[in-house]
Design a protein around this ligand. Structure first.
Ligand code: 5GP
Length: 219
C-alpha cells in the first residue's frame, strides 16, 4: 500500500502496479523509460540480469546485472527470476526479490522486457500488470535509429532488423500501443496511461473504503 503523499493518485493507499514497456530495439523505449523515471518518484525500474556483454557506456547495476551463463542458469533453477527469456543469442531475466519488495512498499515498477517476458508476467501478475507496446513511426526510422547507435556490428543490426518485424507482430497482446513519432508526445502518453491506471478503482478499493467511511462518519 502506498503511504499518504501529495497528488491525487497517491493520496489514497493502493496496490503497486507493474508497468511493462516493450518494443523492437531502437523504437525509443529507453528514452521514454528514463524520462518517466526522472519525473516520477513513485516509479522504480526493474533491472534485469543478462548474459550479453555490456555495450559502451552501460553500467553493471544501472543498465543490467551482467552475469555469466552458469550464474544465470543457477538463478533460473533457484526460482530467483520472475520471468526469463532468450532474446537473440542471449538470456535475460527479471530478479524477483527487488520487484516484490518494491510492490510491497507500494511503489510502481517499470519493466523494459520483451513480449515473452510480458506474457509470463501477465500469467502471474494478472491485473497488476499494465502493458504498453511502443512502435516506431516507420521501418526506415527504426533502421536509422539502430544505425545511429553505432554500438553494434552490421551483422547484429541486420539481425535486429529482421527480428523487428517479428517483435512488432506482438502488439495485439498489449493493453496500450504508442507510436513513437515524437518522443515528448510519447512520454506524455505513457504518463497519461500511468496516471489513469493508478486511479483504477480496483487498485484502490481498500484505501477508498477507509476514506469514504471516514467521510461518512463510520469507522
Ligand atoms: P538489449 O540487449 O537491446 O538491451 O535488449 C534486447 C531485448 O531484450 C529488448 O527487447 C529488451 O526489452 C529485452 N529484455 C531486457 N531485459 C529483459 C528481461 O529481463 N526479460 C525479458 N523477457 N526481456 C528482456
Amino acid at each position: 500500500m502506498t503511504p499518504n503523499s501529495p497528488g491525487d493518485s497517491h493520496a489514497i493507499a493502493r496496490r503497486g502496479l507493474m508497468l511493462v514497456l516493450s518494443s523492437p530495439s531502437g523504437a525509443g523505449k529507453t528514452t521514454i523509460s528514463r524520462a518517466l523515471l526522472k519525473t516520477d518518484e513513485h516509479l522504480t525500474m526493474s533491472i534485469s540480469v543478462t548474459t550479453r556483454a555490456p555495450r559502451p557506456g552501460e553500467e553493471h547495476g544501472r543498465d543490467y546485472f551482467f552475469v555469466a551463463e552458469p550464474e544465470y542458469h543457477k538463478m533460473v533453477k533457484g526460482g530467483e527470476l520472475l520471468e526469463h527469456a532468450r532474446v537473440f543469442d542471449n538470456f535475460y531475466g527479471t530478479p524477483r526479490s527487488y520487484v516484490e519488495q518494491q510492490l510491497a512498499a507500494g511503489r510502481d515498477v517499470l519493466f523494459d522486457i520483451d513480449w515473452q517476458g510480458t506474457q509470463q508476467l501477465k500469467a502471474s501478475a494478472g491485473s497488476d500488470l499494465v502493458s504498453v507496446f511502443i512502435l516506431p513511426p516507420s521501418i526506415a526510422d527504426l533502421e536509422k535509429r539502430l544505425r545511429g547507435r553505432a554500438q553494434d556490428s552490421e551483422e547484429v543490426v541486420q539481425r535486429r532488423m529482421a527480428r523487428a518485424s517479428d517483435e512488432m507482430s506482438h502488439w495485439p497482446e498489449y493493453d496500450y500501443v504508442v507510436v513513437n513519432r515524437d518522443v515528448e508526445q510519447s512520454i506524455a502518453q505513457v504518463q497519461s496511461i500511468l496516471t489513469a491506471e493508478r486511479l483504477r478503482q480496483r487498485r484502490r478499493a481498500a484505501g477508498l473504503v477507509a476514506f469514504v467511511n471516514t467521510m461518512r462518519g463510520q469507522s
